[in-house]
Ligand binder design. Structure first.
Ligand code: BGC
Length: 717
């Protein structure tokens, strides 16, 4: 825990402070600088000269991986820097390191923080063995717009779910994995207008605090070490130059005690924003606002000493930044032992245990959107029959790893085809690729011809990994035209088509939904892709994922999210003059929290313990949950709340709790949620965080669109 109420962190800060007192200004500024390890410097033979150049003049390295390489730099850092201070090596270990986990958006669809924690822990452990001390994850940007490609990297549209996942990831990376986490991108980076990456937004303080900051707060409370300041501006002020965001809010209101790093060039880009005159002014504004460490380059080295000499930056600020940085080095144990142990690395990556974590996370993250009963395809029932397999993701080991698979090993991916051939060894698997997103131009006619005799066709379609993640905003969020055309031909064969969609965002599924016999959204599942897919297809695992983000019917609906406002003219379908579209239904195709199972769950006997609670009170809502089908499975029971009248208009629903429970066929259990009056607090018209007295509704629900079990209560003065 990198918080001042943790005695260990306080002690680290004390030691760091003592060291800082012995340092010159130049030495201190070096600690706030990070250099990139380039292609050339990857060569260990060059390390001596490049290392001397780099390590003597920076406190951090970016993208240095490989224990031996980092150790070489480390050796130089501790020998050449005047105070023998080791470097921290930082890297984007976003969803796995050598073993690739499902993308974070998929991890969030598990509705299981423990799964996120496990994935982050494995990522941390592997990264640490690679000499990485610090990851730029988790990304906790609430994202409500499928056009924005970076949805893939975060936990979806909901502040509550994202908060739970943020907390879990911080514990996973730091407490279990042994590296530092960096929460990003602070803040409201996902609120970019039009879903356009790097763009800004005009945002009320209420929306900032009620929607975008809760996951950051949760990560800070979990003890996150570092925070990254974002590229975007809010209300005209770039976050990487915003005193309000970095000082008043992050340190003041959210209580962050670690250090802030800029995003890649985000301080330099203050010039492009039209917020700074030149490099020196950018440093004055960025560092002055509270960006302790510059992600890349020499700007701090070059200008901070001058700005101190001119009295524009106080040396005490630099002392404080430096103290935070060196404290982190103490916390990581680097000050005592800067080197990564290389004696036991053989066979330490991509182990069976890590693969099992990846497989479990992947199958739990898949969302079964449609199923007319064709799934599961139980192998014994399909013995001797023909199963067709087609599509660009069917025999693919790379794209299925997703947009930010750090030290990926595509050759170690379990592909769908090989896993399917194993799982259905008594069936005849007919494979034909049919369509591709690469240049290999498979023959579609031949594929259709080969598949037409099959009893079922599994079509694994994909948005390639380079079309999600950073700088991948899109106005059309459908599958590529040639994949859609090919699917059309497949559907026309009249055979049941089980559609698997591998993607980093919710794509438009409106037409496909009507024609597929089953639709399983597998996101970008990672190293264990094939095994996880087969676990679900065979029925060995009953799908339990739920959408962590709404699926729009059309891109024109974006941004779309369940916790929106009712408006003065709600769309109830009675009048023309309602808040809706003329050419498209108002709601999403699949709402937040949605997902099917191979069994069914009934919620009955809803009960509420009190109709009225005081400001310090609490109540319980409960119901019975029964597995009414024939297979064991997991239900995600969700609690939503609505504050009916507020000093500002309130969301139509807000997730306030969820529980994933396993039930055998016919088994019934009781599920209950406690609602404290304080859980209903929000930043109100006066920017006070209060629970306003008044009437509320709440629902125990299958998903965010389910109103069937509703309760009323009130909170008194
Ligand atoms: C991204 C960050 C990332 C950084 C370092 C930036 O372009 O916005 O998310 O951590 O690069 O790779």
């Amino acid at each position: 825990m990198y918080t001042l109420d943790n005695p260990k962190y306080r002690a680290a800060r004390e030691k760091a402070k003592a060291l800082v007192e012995t340092m010159t200004l130049e030495e201190k500024v070096i600690q706030l600088t990070q250099f990139m390890v380039t292609e050339n410097t990857y060569n260990p033979e060059h390390v001596e000269e490049d290392g001397e150049m780099l390590a003597g003049r920076c406190g951090f390295l970016l993208a240095a991986t490989g224990a031996e390489l980092v150790n070489n730099y480390q050796k130089i850092a501790v020998e050449y820097t005047p105070k023998n201070i080791p470097i921290i090596s930082g890297c984007d270990v976003i969803h796995g390191c050598c073993t690739t986990m499902p993308i974070p958006l998929a991890q969030s669809c598990t509705f299981e923080p423990d799964v996120v924690r496990e994935c982050s822990a494995v990522a941390g452990k592997e990264a640490k063995m690679q000499g990485v001390h610090w990851t730029y994850a988790p990304m906790v940007d609430v994202a409500r717009d499928a056009r924005w490609g970076r949805n893939a990297e975060g936990y979806g549209e909901d502040p509550y779910l994202s908060s739970k996942m943020a907390e879990a990831a911080v514990h996973g990376f730091q407490d279990d994995g042994g590296i530092m986490a960096c929460m990003k991108h602070y803040a409201a980076y996902g609120a970019c207008e039009g879903g356009r990456d790097y763009y800004g937004c005009d945002l009320s303080d209420q929306t900032l605090f009620n929607t975008y900051l809760p996951p950051f707060k949760a990560g800070i409370d979990a003890g996150v070490a570092t925070v990254m300041s974002s590229f975007n501006d809010i209300n005209g002020v770039p976050c990487s130059g915003s005193r309000k965001m970095l000082r008043e809010i992050l340190r003041g209101k959210l209580g962050f005690d670690g250090f802030v790093i800029s995003d890649y060039d985000s301080v330099l880009e203050l010039i492009n924003h039209g917020f700074a005159e030149n490099e020196k002014d950018a440093v004055l504004k960025g560092y002055g606002a509270g960006v302790d460490v510059l992600m890349l380059g020499n700007l701090y080295n070059r200008y901070l000493p001058k700005l101190v000499a001119e009295g524009k930056i106080k040396e005490e600020q630099i002392d404080a930044s430096c103290e935070r940085v060196i404290a982190a080095k103490y916390m990581l144990g680097l000050m005592d032992d800067p080197f990564t142990d290389t004696s036991c690395l053989d066979g330490a990556f991509l182990t069976e245990e890590y693969r099992e974590v990846a497989r479990n996370a992947a199958r739990r993250s898949f969302v079964l959107l449609e199923n007319d009963g064709i799934l599961p395809l139980v192998p014994s029932e399909w013995a001797g029959r023909k199963i067709g397999l087609t599509g660009p993701a069917a025999d693919e080991g790379d794209t299925v790893l997703g947009c930010w698979a750090s030290l990926k090993n595509p050759e170690k991916t379990v592909k769908i085809k090989e896993a399917l051939e194993r799982a259905y060894k008594d069936s005849k698997i007919v494979y034909a690729k049919g369509v591709s997103f690469r240049d290999d131009r498979p023959n579609a006619d031949e594929a259709i011809d080969a598949l037409k005799e099959c009893d079922v066709i599994i079509a694994a379609m994909a948005e390639p990994e380079w079309e999600s993640g950073e700088a991948t905003s899109k106005t059309s969020i459908e599958l590529a035209r040639d994949q859609l055309d090919y699917l059309d031909r497949l559907f026309n064969l009249g055979k049941p088509v089980v559609l698997l969609i591998c993607a980093g965002r919710p794509l438009i599924m409106a037409d496909l939904k009507e024609r597929a016999a089953a639709l399983l959204y597998i996101w970008d599942p990672g190293t264990e892709c094939g095994n996880a897919v087969c676990d679900v297809l065979t029925g060995d695992y009953n799908p339990s994922g739920r959408t962590a983000i709404s699926f729009p019917r059309a891109a024109g609906q974006c941004p779309i999210y369940y916790n929106d406002k009712q408006t003065g003219r709600p769309a109830v379908g009675k009048k023309i003059f309602e808040s809706k579209y003329r050419d498209c239904a108002i709601g999403p195709l699949y709402p937040f929290g949605y997902g099917k199972s191979y069994t069914t769950f009934d919620h009955t006997d809803g009960a509420i313990s009190a109709k009225s609670i005081a400001q310090d009170g609490e109540l319980t809502v409960s119901c019975k949950v029964k597995n009414t089908g024939e297979r064991a499975g997991e239900d995600v029971v969700q609690l939503y709340v609505r504050d009916l009248v507020g000093s500002i208009t309130r969301p139509v629903k807000e997730l306030k709790g969820f529980k994933k429970i396993y039930l055998e066929p016919g088994e019934e259990t009781e599920v209950s949620f406690t609602i404290k009056a304080s859980d209903l607090a929000f930043w109100n018209a006066d920017m006070k965080f209060v629970t306003e007295p008044g009437r509320f509704k709440c629902w125990i629900a299958h998903d965010s669109s389910d109103n069937s079990m509703e309760f009323d209560f009130e909170v008194t003065e």
